[in-house]
Write a protein that binds this ligand. Sequence first.
Ligand SMILES: *Cc1c(COP(=O)(O)O)cnc(C)c1O
Length: 399
Amino acid sequence: MKNEQEERWIIEDRNAIRNPQKLKKHINIDDRRLNDLMEVRKVFQMKITPYYLSLIDKDDPNDPLLKMCLPHKDELIVRDGELNDPIGDINDELKNHPTPLITHRYPDRALLFPTPFCGGYCRYCFRRRLAGNPDYKYKKSFLEDAFKYLEKTNSIIEVILSGGDPFMLRDEELFNILERLKTISHIRTIRIHTKMPVWNPYRITDDLAEGLTKFHPLWIVTHINHPNELSDTAKKHISRLIDRGIMVLNQWVLLKGVNDSVEVQRELVLTLISSRIKPYYLHYLDKAKGISHFKTDIIKGINILKELRGTVPGYAIPHYILDIPSGYGKVPFQFHYLNEDENGNIIVETPEGNYIPYPKNIDEKAVELKDYSNVNPIVLFSEEEKEHLKEVLENGNTK
Ligand SMILES: *Cc1c(COP(=O)(O)O)cnc(C)c1O
């Protein structure tokens, strides 16, 4: 038997609010808004832990955390191009879904979905077709099929437990999965994607953290969108992982009205690094159904990162990522500082926006700042290099 303190996360989960009527006790909400919520709730899941509610300013209808957890009537508006499965977890044409619990898009990494349940339901979820869906078909035998696929596919060097939230599993279930993965020799690293440190940080018990140390090298990727989500409680529980040598990264989403400003993003990355968490990916919003009210201009993320460069430590800057709809993969967007002029000379843009020719020879005269009017961004990668990489990926990690 574990002591009560350790199991606080289960109580927290049980007490989570799933019925909009019960919200009245916790936040100021008028009847019209409540009725809207009931309508949305018929289509999408809702679940808010008492802990998460405690981080919200009850009297501020624009509280950023409230926006991320409280259903909004705009979720019932479906726009052109919005999809059930926006990032193509299942795309038959790409053959990226060999068995029910696996999505295998890249040669070297595979996603394993051990549960459809989460500690809370994000209003902008890209997997809302399955997250928390009680009709999601899940059989015990699926897990065995997944292990068999991972065992026979040599090119896979990393398995990523995603979801749903893998930390919704009980310790024993989770450790059983990790133990099995540990027996597969071509798997070099295991990664876990989780939002439990945000919805319900009590999940990171000492038992869990200690048990996980058996599965090094282990990488954990959290999902924190706003500095207010990194409460002292959250920091304390995440530290249990970091203190034990587990690498913790954070990926998050650019969300209109929540974090779409340089100020909030700057505060977020600074809070992350002072909590020893490495900012990893800033995602552009996926085209899931009914989430367009969170959408920003795609250029906005590039500009935010450009502003961060030079005003925060370099390691605090994430990659800005688009997951191309339908499963074509993730691509980073960033401002290009590398350009060429009409004669093919390399021209570099400075953080202040001046252009400087980059000298070909070390003894060339000091650079002069110029106002180049027609420089073009350049990208360097030879066909030969591309071929070589393709070969390495196709043949797995055989040397
Ligand atoms: C996002 C994703 C990954 C992980 O990508 P990283 O760039 O390694 O974080 C792997 N497989 C699929 C299908 C994904 O969508």
